[in-house]
Design a protein around this ligand. Structure first.
Ligand SMILES: Cc1cc2nc3c(=O)[nH]c(=O)nc-3n(C[C@H](O)[C@H](O)[C@H](O)COP(=O)(O)OP(=O)(O)OC[C@H]3O[C@@H](n4cnc5c(N)ncnc54)[C@H](O)[C@@H]3O)c2cc1C
Ligand code: FES
Length: 287
């Protein structure tokens, strides 16, 4: 169970893995996520379902090396097994035909927006997707997104590929040009989702964001993923991860995202010190 069937390095820092998980694959819906543990004493990390194959019982995760656990995960190979892989978690995306919609993905958010984009197109929407990253080599899953959407626009911050600039600049132009756009989904770094909401605020469109709060149990028990939405306390793991972006208290959300930074840095330094002293040839993952 939870065997890594296929592993691919998408670029320097982002990996894709297909995991054998027939129970999750049989019921997962776009917008939902999983929580995995590499080993019994490891950390639990949430990762969005980037794709699924119900017939083969497979789930695809796409992750960026952000710290210790994602770095350890990147060292696993095809045939290795995860200690646990729980899901599907969170509420599914509400997929309806609105006419014209826009999906925006930044960084690994491109992978997260993929199944949502595909499902929105399947029910008849005209889906315009905007994907962006810092530079060309960080753009992932371009072909999958091109296939999943009606039109794909690509941006890079440094102009090394597609349009130079941020996804939100292209979004603003679209909103000016096409008054039929009814709804926007935005998934990516917190700052990108916040700016998306600032961009859409003066237009008559609903804006949905998928919040990546720090999670522990993923079942609504620990309170770690607490956010304030329209003045009310919500848990991202059970009430989300999708919320109306205009109602998110962004200041609090971004502050809570960084609250473990010191501990994460200590864990990262310790893990790398262990690897530096390891002479076994394969990076050790017992930290
Ligand atoms: C619902 C959800 C879906 C996500 N989907 C993806 C995805 O598809 N691909 C992807 O690359 N990343 C995704 N993330 C973020 C991913 O979970 C973190 O990058 C990962 O947990 C980092 O762990 P680490 O030990 O490698 O890094 P650490 O050094 O522990 O942390 C690096 C940063 O990652 C975040 N983080 C750390 N621990 C957690 C945690 N337990 N829960 C959530 N965030 C944490 C924090 O912002 C932290 O500053 C998602 C997060 C959530 C909440
Ligand atoms: S992760 Fe514990 S309440 Fe959401």
């Amino acid at each position: 169970m939870y065997q890594i069937i296929q592993k691919e390095r998408l670029n320097e820092i982002i990996y894709s893995m297909w995991i054998e998980a027939p129970e999750i694959a049989s019921s997962v819906q776009p917008g939902q996520f999983t929580i995995l543990m590499i080993k019994e004493k490891g950390e639990r990390i949430p990762l969005t379902v980037a794709d699924f194959n119900r017939e083969k019982g497979l789930i695809r995760i796409v992750f960026q090396i952000a710290g210790k656990t994602t770095d350890e995960l990147s060292t696993l190979e095809e045939g290795d097994k995860l200690f646990s892989f729980i899901g599907p978690l969170g509420r599914k995306t509400k997929i309806e035909n609105h006419g014209t919609v826009v999906t925006v993905g930044g960084g690994t958010g491109i992978a997260c927006i993929h199944p949502i984009t595909r499902a929105l197109k399947e029910v008849g929407n005209k889906v315009i997707s905007i994907i962006g990253a810092r530079s060309k080599e960080l753009i992932i899953m371009e072909e999958e997104l091109r296939k999943a959407s009606s039109q794909l626009l690509v941006t890079t911050d440094d102009g090394s590929y597609g349009r130079k600039g941020f996804v939100t600049q292209v979004l603003k132009e679209l909103l000016e040009q096409d008054k039929t756009i009814k709804k926007v989904w935005s998934i990516g770094p917190a700052i990108m989702m916040k700016v998306t909401c600032e961009t859409t605020k003066s237009y008559p469109v609903d804006t949905i964001v998928s919040l990546n709060s720090v999670m522990v149990d993923g079942t609504g028990m620990c309170g770690s993923c607490r956010v304030t939405i329209g003045g009310e306390t919500k848990f991202v793991c059970t009430d989300g991860p999708e919320f109306n972006g205009q109602l998110v208290n962004w200041e609090e959300f971004m502050h809570r995202l960084s609250r473990y930074q010191e501990a994460e840095k200590r864990s990262w330094d310790f893990y790398h010190e262990l690897n530096r002293t390891c002479t076994c040839g394969r990076r050790q993952i017992n930290g």
